[in-house]
Unconditional design. Structure first.
Length: 276
């Protein structure tokens, strides 16, 4: 798993460079805490046993056996075990399907200002069935897993319609302008002043908007955008590291490697090797 997790009892159930969903079973002892904020992918949490609390910047969500929660890819979340617990973490990187399905169901989990969606019993059951299909591992099980996840996503559409729309923060043209400016300048070393100017706001207001709606500072979020762009370039082929640095605003290969390893616990070369 590319994203950094704390050193806890984990079992990788499925991880493939060609399959856009990773599954990991995680066991936590009572009072043990796990920070999943580094995992910048849409996250599905299915509690197999125990009692967990998911803590977000503004609220906390208690979960117990057979409960399921879908967490926005851009939200910070900390998992705390109130008793010895086991859960399955499924991460989706946005490549589950192309075209309409990705636009309609997947991208809202990356861009919505909604922190999370608690799954209905039926949806949580569907997630459990996807995990069962994975563990049985029969020929074509990937299709069964994707079918189960898409069932869950379609349920979220009806249960949490707001996840399909950009909520107040993203409707705020100031934040949109700043994000668009960042996206258009991933190859540059931007300053907070430049970002704030793009949104026609003060430095303080720029920071407030990012903290409120993205749980991040502007510069930290910009770094995560650049690193995600770098990951995409590494996955696609043999583009020289120097070219990747140029396209993502890193002044040197050394600086890029240090930042990448700090974020994902692997070097760029190690990450690229997974896709060959």
């Amino acid at each position: 798993m590319a994203d950094k997790l704390l050193d806890v009892d984990t079992t990788l159930l499925y991880d493939s460079a060609t399959f856009p969903v990773e599954f990991m079973r995680i066991s936590l002892s009572r009072r043990e805490v796990m920070n999943l904020s580094q995992v910048r992918k849409a996250r599905f949490i299915f509690v197999e046993d125990g009692d967990l609390t998911l803590s977000f910047p503004a609220t906390s969500v208690p979960t117990t056996k057979d409960a399921g929660v879908c967490v926005n890819a851009m939200r910070s979340v900390v998992v705390r075990a109130n008793a010895d617990s086991t859960f399955v973490l499924a991460t989706v990187d946005g490549r589950v399907a192309g075209g309409f399905i990705e636009e309609r169901f997947i991208q809202p989990l990356f861009s919505s200002s909604v922190d999370f969606a608690v799954l209905s019993p039926a949806s949580a059951s569907g997630l459990g069935e996807a995990i069962d299909a994975l563990e049985v591992g029969r020929t074509g099980f990937e299709a069964k897993v994707l079918s189960g996840l898409l069932d869950v996503l379609s349920s979220i559409v009806y249960e949490k319609e707001e996840m399909l729309h950009l909520a107040d923060g993203f409707q705020d043209s100031r934040l949109e302008r700043m994000l668009d400016f960042m996206k258009s300048n991933l190859g540059r070393r931007l300053t907070l002043e430049q970002v704030a100017s793009a949104g026609f706001v003060s430095l303080r207001e720029a920071s407030r908007l990012f903290e409120r709606h993205l749980s991040s500072s502007p510069m930290k979020f910009f770094l995560s955008m650049r690193l995600e762009k770098a990951k995409s370039l590494l996955e696609r082929g043999d583009l020289p590291m120097a070219d990747i640095c140029q396209q993502t605003g890193f002044e040197s290969v050394s600086h890029f490697s240090t930042s990448f390893r700090k974020a994902y616990s692997v070097t760029p070369s190690e990450y690229r090797s997974r896709f060959r």
